[in-house]
Write a protein that binds this ligand. Structure first.
Ligand SMILES: [Zn+2]
Length: 344
C-alpha cells in the first residue's frame, strides 16, 4: 500500500475554527485565563445524535472554541497551522471557510477580520507550498440580509490567487431557515465570479438537496452524502457536475450514520459522483484529512488506484487554476506509478 501522506490532494471542506489543533485551543484559552470544558481538550471525538439536541451540543462546543479566538495573532495562527497540517498530509490545495462575523468584534469589523485571514492565507501559501484559498461562509442562524453583506465583502476580494476569496458558502444547521432566502446572497457572489459551495444533504435528505441546488446553484455541495438516498437526484447532480465534499468522520460524529462503513461512499462513486474527501472540523471530530482517505481504504475497500481517483476528484473539484490542477494531477499519476512500500 502506498503512503497516503504522499498522495497529492486538495482539501475542500475545512472550517476556520474547526481546523484548530487541540493544543492551540488549549494554549489560546490558557493565555486568556479561559477554562475550557474537559471534553474539548480530551482525546474523545464528539459524538451526538443527528437531532436538534445533538446539533445544539455540537454548536455549543464549536462556539466555546470560537470564543477563545479574540485577536489577529490567534486568527493568523489558525490559518498558518491549518496550512502546515495540510502540507504534512500531502494536501496541495486548501480551501478554508470562514465566517468573519464572529471575529469582527476583536479586530475592528468584518472587513479587517476577512483581510487578516486573506493576508495570512497568502503568507501561509508561500511558506508551506499549500495553495490556501478562502471561502466566505454565511450562517443559517443569521438574517439572510447579513449573508448579502458578506457576499458583497467576498465579492470585493474575489480572485483566484492565494489569499483571495474563491467561493461563497452557507453553513450551520441545515434545518434552520428557508433556503430560498439566501438566493440573493449567492447571486451577488456568483456575479462576482465566486463559486457557490453551500452545505446541504448531511442532516437533511434529498428534498433539501433539491432546494439548495434550485435556489443557490452550487458548484459543489458541502457534504451532499444523503443524495445517495435518491438515485434520480444523484444522477442529476452528477450530470450537472456538482461535486460533493464528503466528510465521513463528520457524518459519524454528528450521528448521520452509525459508523464510517455506513457512509454511502461506494454508492456515490459508483454513480460517477465527483467526491472530494474533507475533514470538516478536526478539532471536534479528532480526525484529519488523511483519516478520511484511510476510512475509504479500510472501511470501503478502496485500493490505491481508487484512492488516487478520489485525490484526482478533489483536485478537479477545487477552484485552483488549470495550471495548478495539471501539475497536481500529474503528481497523483506519479504517486500511483511508484512502487508501493511493503507493509510491515
Ligand atoms: Zn462543514
Amino acid at each position: 500500500m502506498r503512503d497516503l501522506a504522499l498522495l497529492p490532494k486538495a482539501h475542500l471542506h475545512l472550517h476556520f475554527t474547526g481546523s484548530m489543533r487541540t493544543s492551540t485551543l488549549a494554549a489560546l484559552a490558557n493565555a486568556q485565563g479561559i477554562k475550557l470544558p474537559h471534553h474539548l481538550v480530551d482525546d474523545h471525538a464528539l459524538h451526538v445524535p443527528a437531532d436538534q439536541r445533538g446539533w445544539f451540543r455540537f454548536q455549543r462546543s464549536y462556539d466555546t472554541a470560537r470564543a477563545v479566538v479574540r485577536s489577529e495573532a490567534a486568527m493568523r495562527r489558525i490559518v498558518r497551522e491549518a496550512a502546515e497540517d495540510d502540507a504534512a498530509e500531502g494536501s496541495r490545495r486548501l480551501e478554508i471557510q470562514v465566517d468573519p462575523t464572529s471575529y469582527a468584534p476583536f479586530v475592528g469589523g468584518i472587513t479587517p477580520a476577512l483581510e487578516i485571514v486573506l493576508d495570512e492565507a497568502r503568507l501561509a501559501s508561500a511558506a508551506t507550498g499549500v495553495e490556501v484559498g478562502v471561502i466566505v461562509a454565511a450562517s443559517r442562524t443569521r438574517h439572510p440580509l447579513d449573508a448579502r453583506t458578506l457576499a458583497r465583502l467576498a465579492a470585493a476580494h474575489a480572485g483566484d490567487g492565494p489569499g483571495q476569496v474563491i467561493g461563497f458558502g452557507l453553513s450551520n444547521d441545515e434545518r434552520r431557515g428557508n433556503t430560498a432566502d439566501w438566493a440573493p446572497a449567492f447571486r451577488i457572489a456568483r456575479h462576482a465570479g465566486l463559486a457557490g459551495v453551500p452545505h446541504g444533504g448531511e442532516l437533511l435528505g434529498p428534498e433539501h438537496v433539491r432546494d439548495v441546488v434550485a435556489h443557490l446553484k452550487p458548484a459543489r455541495l458541502g457534504h451532499g452524502v444523503r443524495t445517495a438516498e435518491d438515485p434520480d437526484l444523484l444522477a442529476r447532480i452528477v450530470d450537472a457536475g456538482i461535486a460533493l465534499e464528503v466528510c465521513p468522520s463528520s457524518n459519524v460524529s454528528l450521528g448521520v450514520y452509525p459508523d464510517a462503513a455506513h457512509v454511502p461512499l461506494s454508492r456515490l462513486l459508483d454513480a460517477g459522483a465527483e467526491v472530494a474527501l474533507g475533514a470538516d472540523d478536526p478539532l471536534l471530530f479528532l480526525s484529519r484529512l488523511n483519516d478520511q482517505y484511510r476510512i475509504a481504504r479500510d472501511e470501503h475497500g478502496l485500493d490505491d488506484a481508487a484512492l488516487a481517483g478520489l485525490a484526482r476528484s478533489s483536485i478537479r473539484a477545487s477552484l485552483a487554476s488549470e495550471t495548478s490542477k495539471r501539475e497536481m494531477l500529474a503528481d497523483v499519476d506519479a504517486w500511483l506509478a511508484a512502487e508501493p512500500v511493503p507493509a510491515w
